[in-house]
Write a protein that binds this ligand. Structure first.
Ligand code: RRO
Length: 308
């Protein structure tokens, strides 16, 4: 990756000093240390792991991913080796000097606390609480649908770690702003907006749902306008910084997210189509936009579209 010095791309974000405002979105590129190292070499400010849970899970049976108009529909089913099973890999990434945001989920407050402690004990630079997977089964369902649960879990995790906490919210709610406010009240250092949109695909020939799980989460350009609106509403409601996520493929998408209130963006589905180069291209495009419009840093454009 070329040098980023003097590009205006460095950001102070939720207590982290990032060399660029792009991150990979959790999930798309998994968790293997060599792969995430390649992502880092492609220009991201930090890498985000696939969400880790309290115990390993194989995930749902196939088909788990299908391409649909404008994006991907997935019901991976939270496959992961479990927090304990991942610590060695995380250690490896830290030895390589890669800033890591560890994404994780759990079903109880105790599990959230022990996951946070374990991940931080081997050097996770920040934690992204995934409260918003659309593919969780059973009761009580998605945590991010309930403001009280979001506040409680965030507060509990904050109590056991000094690492910045990013709370990843769902677009599948009536009022995302009120959920973001609950996360902020719980002590969130940042809000990630948003996870995938619950959706489905049906095969007309087989006359059946395509995904074995029937429903899944939609990502990619198809959801950009919805995710952008979520970022806008969250920005109007909270003071903590925002990670914009959903359908970012180009520098222009990234800049739109920043104008809506995001300090950094996560890019996931676009990597499938454009490869690892997408991070460098988006960074270069943002830097050019800043230069051409006489801004000296990303922070100067965050939330500008809200100006009355
Ligand atoms: O693994 C998944 O099915 C999954 C997760 Br954890 C998530 O947060 N979002 C998503 O679309 N899929």
């Amino acid at each position: 990756m070329g040098g980023l010095t003097g590009t205006g791309l460095a950001v102070d974000f939720a207590g982290l000093k990032l060399r660029s405002p792009t991150l990979n979105a959790s999930g798309v590129l998994g968790i293997s240390a060599p792969l995430l190292k390649r992502v880092y070499e492609s220009g991201v400010g930090a890498v985000v792991t696939k969400s880790l849970g309290p115990v390993g899970r194989p995930g749902h049976i196939n088909p788990t991913v299908v391409e649909v108009e404008g994006g991907l529909l997935n019901a991976m089913g939270l496959p992961n080796p479990g927090v304990e099973g991942y610590l060695e890999e995380l250690r490896e990434l830290k030895l390589e000097g890669v800033p890591v945001v560890a994404s994780f989920f759990a079903s109880t407050v105790d599990e959230f606390q022990s996951g946070a402690k374990n991940l931080c004990s081997v050097g996770a630079d920040a934690l992204e609480l995934n409260l918003s997977c659309p593919n969780v089964e059973g009761e009580p369902g998605m945590c991010a649908a309930d403001a009280v649960s979001v506040e409680r879990v965030t507060w509990a995790v904050k109590r056991v770690t000094k690492a910045p906490i990013l709370v990843k919210l769902s677009p599948n709610v009536t009022d995302i702003a009120s959920i973001a406010v609950a996360a902020e009240r719980g002590g969130a250092d940042a809000i990630t907006a948003v996870n995938t949109i619950k959706a489905m695909a049906i095969d007309a020939d087989f006359r059946r749902p395509v995904l074995a799980n029937v429903t899944g989460g939609l990502s990619g350009p198809a959801i950009k306008s919805v995710a952008l609106r979520c970022v806008w509403e969250v920005a109007e409601a909270v003071k903590v910084p925002i990670v914009g996520c959903g359908g970012v493929s180009t520098w222009r998408d990234a800049v739109e997210y920043m104008l809506a209130g995001a300090s950094v963006v996560e890019i996931g589905t676009a990597v499938m189509k454009h490869g690892f180069e997408v991070y460098g291209k988006v960074n270069d495009g943002i830097a050019k936009y800043l230069r051409e419009n006489r801004f000296s840093s990303v922070s100067e454009i965050v939330g500008l579209a809200h100006r009355k």
